[in-house]
Design a protein. Sequence first.
Length: 768
Amino acid sequence: MRPPLSIKRHRRASMLAGAVLLFSVGSALAMDGSEPSTVAFLGELVALMLVGRLLGEAMQRIGQPSVMGQLIGGILLGPSALGLLWPDLQHAVFPDDKVQKAMVDAISQFGILLLLLLTGMETDLKLARKFGRAAISVSVAGVAIPFACGAALGAFLPASLLPSADKRLIAALFLGTALSISSIKIVAAIVHEMNFTRRDLGQVIISSAIMEDTIGWIIIAIIFTLGQASEVDFFGLAKALVGTAIFLTVSFTIGRPIVFHVIRWTNDNFQTEFPVITAILVIMGAMALVTQLIGVNTVLGAFIAGMLIGQSPILTRHIDEQLRGLIVAFFMPVFFGIAGLNTDLTILKDPHLLLMTFGLIAVASMGKFAGAFVGGEIGGLGRRESLALAFAMNARGSTEVIVASIGLSIGALTQNLFTMIVAMAVATTMAMPPLLRWGLSRIPMSESERERLEREEMDARGFVSSLERLLLAVDHSPNGRFAARLAGLIAGARRLPTTLLPLVEDAKSSKEKEDAAGKAEDASQESGRQAAATDAVTDTVKTAAEDSGRTQREAETPSPADITVREVDTPHEEAVEQEARKGYDLLVIGLEQVRTALGSLSTDVARIASRFDGPQAIVVANGIHLRQPEVTRMRLLVAVNGTAVSRRAAEIAIVIARTLNAPIAVLYVSNAKAGDVGRSYRKFRRREHEQAILKDIVELAGRYGQKIETVVQSDGSVDKVILTEARRRGSDLIVMGVARRPGEGLFFGDTAAAVLERTQSSVLLLST
């Protein structure tokens, strides 16, 4: 099928714009002679980003990884294409000057560290542990066999491809490493495209690639140590091995909480823009320097730093996108473009080099295919699964180019051998997607796998499972303590970090009251009472979180709750707004003056709620919860209507009920009219809709191991039905999902207002 004429025009326009810009850059560089290094540096960056982006987009549209477009863009800008067609322009844009090359190489080397940081952040060790047997066998065999093939091939390389006669061993080891590592990014992208990410085989493929990456970067760091010496230094090798073992041990024990603390402290205390990005880059640089000091390459430090940073509980999606945007938009096209520039495909005019390149591609493919296939068989996979796995592992992509670039930079590889390795990386990577698509299409889905996928799909839709951090804004009143208890129950279910804002009486209003009374109370006594009240609220949150954690994980000894208390020295709404900028997924509000005499929500609550952009849980305590805020016995009623927010409210109620071992009823109020006897089709469709809504909630409760009772009522208005059902069941807590209505104040509709005004039960309103 031919592309539409408009798309063709856009493509031609993009190519023409790129050519014009490239010519303009070359002309400007040729005419400028005052600051050649600075101008050339800027011109190179502009050319690499532009061409890399255009070709990356083109490759993406034909089903190939965009990184291959960036690499091919560098090849086209280098001596392989532009150097042949227009050598003057190529030399003008990319002058052969040592100072110029040093400037661009510095960017490229830092780009390597950032790419490994990003790779580490995308590495999920939990996934690798989940499929331990198959992943271990595939990764070990998938590294060992192609590594042996590459090392053996290196032993027979002609001397013309070696940097020097005494570096044959190092060149052979680099070649073996280059042949043994797969590209996790490209493998994961194709698996995701085929909707195989959560399939059993898809997870084995990704976890195997993760383990291969981890093993490969440890190997490359050690080989780098050997490559820096003129001969094999066994003492230096032993030092590197011991240093690597100590570094990994310290990183995954002491280093993990240190990294978490640094990121969280930076996020919570800095007021300038993007402080967490700076903290991440500093952590990466520090760990890279540590590995350099112990005699191992900086790449290992950057990779391990990425793994630790990726597991940080405070690394929000917004921060992750900011860092990823910096790397993908700038450093990736520059690094891979430079790698392409260093690739001179004109050497393949030599029949011997061309034949050896085809031989290298064949050895790399057969070695990787055999290793992954044998590993899959040992790991208990079937023939079809092992075949698809072998296709997946054969993609080298960006990882291969990074390894080859490191080898070239330390003199372990010659320019010709580097070009051959890059050609092999391009060939194997571009062949992988169609082969893997064909292999995965032949894998049937088992019944047990189908059931697991359905459960995981429901988990992915969950609200509590997506929460990362809670903000709790409460005062010292019984209602505030009750809200603190509910927040602790929610946080403990997933060990969520929680920040407490104790909203004590404003200093100004306190002063006014003192003046009116004519007598000021002793400041130290007042401060002591406030501190004691704050400690009581904090203990309420911690106790509830630990109780919830014990219930959710069925552990006898709960993990300590992660509670941070912030001192509030500004108006309450300003304190909430300032803290909310640090990234929270749910705000829980509990104040003494939570509603007016008419039952509507107070202006204090409205002001606080208006300063938080995200889901909010507003707690209104009644009855026993005003006398005993920390009561453990409770009966819950949750009203649902099929909306997303009512489903979220039901999930919150289910989590609370499970922790307290409390009975919970789910009420759906039908809109059926009393006289609506006819119209059987409409009646059937309505019942079908009701059943689908309640079935979804029942399945949701089943995921938490909680039994619920479902009720359908149609007698009267929604608020009257809710109030009647709550009285009949003796419900202590009504949970409702509500949506804020336009206008001044905080109004969630007539139903919520009527329930707040007339109920004797406590209420939790979850709003969007």
